[in-house]
Ligand binder design. Sequence first.
Ligand code: GSH
Length: 204
Amino acid sequence: MILHDFLPSGNGYKIRLTCAKLGLYYQLKEYDITQGDTRTEAFLALSPNGKIPVLELDDGHCLSESNSILLYLAEAHQSDLLPNDPLDKAEVTKWLFWEQYSHEPNIASVRFWLTHNAMTELKEKMLPERIQQGHAALTLMDDQLSKQDFLAGNRLTLADICLFAYTHVAEEGGAYQLSDYPNVQRWIQDIQAQNWFIPITHRQ
Ligand SMILES: N[C@@H](CCC(=O)N[C@@H](CS)C(=O)NCC(=O)O)C(=O)O
């Protein structure tokens, strides 16, 4: 497999973490998204959406959308990261959909804007609302993690890998302080203590 990726990306990191947990080897092909590397003809032939991550399978099939790739990897490798029982599975996928709508736009986008000098007049206007929504997302996670070890129960699932990716770097850019969310901090440490854990900067 070839993972087309940009190392600081949390969306790409979700795939790298899942591969680390499953013991899967892939070749990493890096792109600089700040230089338009994903908008070239060659990249658009892999994924017309022009965004990393893209996972190119050995038969040439290209998968995009990070959470769809997570589901593919867990199902293809029959991993307990995704339960078989439909109800338990829905408890996991709920977090994957929630991440894309309620977490990623407020935590990941804000981090990118503030760390990549990407502010515009429009983004300045949107920022306070995004930060407020980001705090709401972190509060929801913190409440859940005050009641159980992991997001979808007492064992680690795709929900945790998905949400860990951007949550653990939420402070970058200065919009959020994770010390405001002690249960989230405990959960981050628990994931970092897994024997398969790799940091976001790790190259395979
Ligand atoms: N919903 C997509 C989002 C992918 C995405 O926004 N990728 C960003 C980096 S994290 C990107 O490639 N941006 C480059 C561009 O839009 O040109 C996913 O979860 O994979």
